[in-house]
Design a protein around this ligand. Structure first.
Ligand code: NDP
Length: 400
């Protein structure tokens, strides 16, 4: 049916690539392009012969717009799947505009020298994408991603009005290391060491990092400590869900992770300010990334489950209603299927599905869109089919 150019070949991309190959009805051909071409070649060699999808590879520096344009013109994809890092979002969007090619990603743009992610930079591309007649789908991972699809689904089928959303992200997996991150360490540590915030009555309320803690009894997992974080879908859901009064995002962290993070912060290892080291400028956080376990090496070691979902509170037929939509994923099963742990799996599967929605024409549009702006139904069906079945509860435990 169509061709995708996938940029990046890390943890998330590897899962998305496996999933594109499982969905060869939609993905006739994929080109995997990244900074380190040998990783792309290794994945092609592993998957070739197991799938009808034709796989090619290329080397690209996604910070370089003209290199990207040259690659897109050569490959002529129906969509560019940006599975590199948030720093590359704008250069890849520029190249898509220049070549009139659809775009998707899983994380919003963040300038490398300021740990502050926001949609404003990408939303500013809306008129140019609309005028070029192409579509940018932003945030097609799990959170953001499936959490937006869950919100659109709840609004379409379960509520007349949604007033409160609590997004709960629980990783109860154990990789056996005292400290490691489940996705790119630099991006992950920037996110969790930033101030928290939640959206209430039309504005963001800022908190200190990890200031708000709750304990929640997660279905199929049990009680875990979770902490309020700022997260990108708060911004888009506040804009796209009419009648919303409050949105919060909580993520679970174990005590060992928090103790290590605090210690690393206290000694300056999480700083993104360059320092002089033996005549060379280095960024402490980038050095820390280099000494931490590579998230892709966690797959064979991680045991346990993730549970990510949204609790909605609102009104249906004049009555108050609560509704919880979530997915439970098992680390060991993900590893058995695609060789990755569940955090990469829960992001890579929705990345493939988002691209499939655009290639198949189930989702269409000219402009820049967040995922909750599209019809959730075909995406929800695809989640069940491609390894992330969802569950629902009409009597969830609520978060105070
Ligand atoms: P990794 O670090 O594992 O992979 C990143 C990949 O991008 C690597 O292959 C890297 O190449 C490549 N890359 C980096 N810079 C460039 C560049 N300039 N040009 C070309 N390729 C480049 O990251 P993850 O797979 O863990 O994360 C990928 C994305 O997914 C991130 O944006 C992350 O924020 C997002 N994410 C989203 C989630 C969600 O639920 N929405 C959850 C988790 C992650 P090399 O191998 O050479 O370093």
């Amino acid at each position: 049916m169509g061709k995708a150019l996938i940029i990046g070949c890390g943890g998330v991309a590897s899962v998305a690539i496996h999933k594109c190959c499982q969905n060869s009805e939609v993905f006739d051909e994929i080109c995997i392009a990244s900074r380190t071409k040998s990783k792309c070649d290794a994945l092609r060699d592993k998957l070739q012969g197991t799938t009808k999808t034709k796989i090619t590879t290329a080397k690209v520096d996604a910070d370089n717009v003209s290199e990207l344009i040259e690659l897109i013109n050569r490959v002529k994809p129906d969509i560019v799947m940006n599975l590199a890092l948030p720093y590359q979002d704008l250069t890849i969007m520029d190249a898509c505009l220049a070549t009139k090619t659809n775009y998707m990603d899983t994380a919003n743009y963040e300038p490398e020298d300021t740990a502050k992610f926001e949609y404003k930079w990408q939303w500013e591309y809306n008129d140019r994408f609309r005028d070029a007649g192409i579509c940018a789908l932003l945030g097609s991972g799990f959170d953001p991603g499936v959490t937006g699809v869950f919100s659109a689904y709840a609004l379409k089928h379960e509520f007349d009005e949604i007033n409160y959303i609590d997004i709960l992200d629980c990783n109860a997996g154990d990789h056996g290391y005292p400290f490691a991150t489940n996705f790119n360490p630099e991006i992950n540590i920037r996110e969790v060491s930033a101030n928290g915030s939640y959206w209430e009555n039309g504005r963001f309320i800022e908190t200190k990092p990890m200031e708000i803690k709750r304990v929640y009894n997660f279905p199929e997992i049990g009680e875990r400590d979770m902490y309020l974080l700022h997260h990108e879908e708060l911004e888009s859901l506040a804009k796209n869900i009419p009648g919303i009064k409050r949105i919060r995002f909580f993520m679970t962290f174990g005590q060992s992770y928090l103790t290590h993070l605090k210690c690393l912060e206290n000694v300056g290892m999480t700083s993104i300010e360059p320092i002089d080291y033996e005549g060379k400028k280095i960024v402490p956080l980038q050095f820390l990334k280099a000494v931490l376990p590579d998230p892709s090496s966690l797959g064979p070691r991680t045991k346990g489950k993730t549970n990510i979902g949204c609790i909605f509170r609102g009104k249906k037929d004049g009555k108050d209603k609560n509704y919880y939509l979530y997915n439970v994923c098992v680390h060991e099963e993900c590893y058995k299927e695609v060789g990755s742990q569940a955090v990469a799996y829960t992001t890579g599967v929705p990345a493939m599905i988002g691209a499939a929605m655009l290639i198949s024409g189930k989702w269409k549009g000219a402009g820049v869109f967040n995922i909750e702006e599209f019809d959730p139904d075909p995406f929800m069906d695809a989640l069940n089919k491609f390894g992330l079945p969802w569950k629902e509860s009409y009597e969830p435990e609520l978060v105070d």
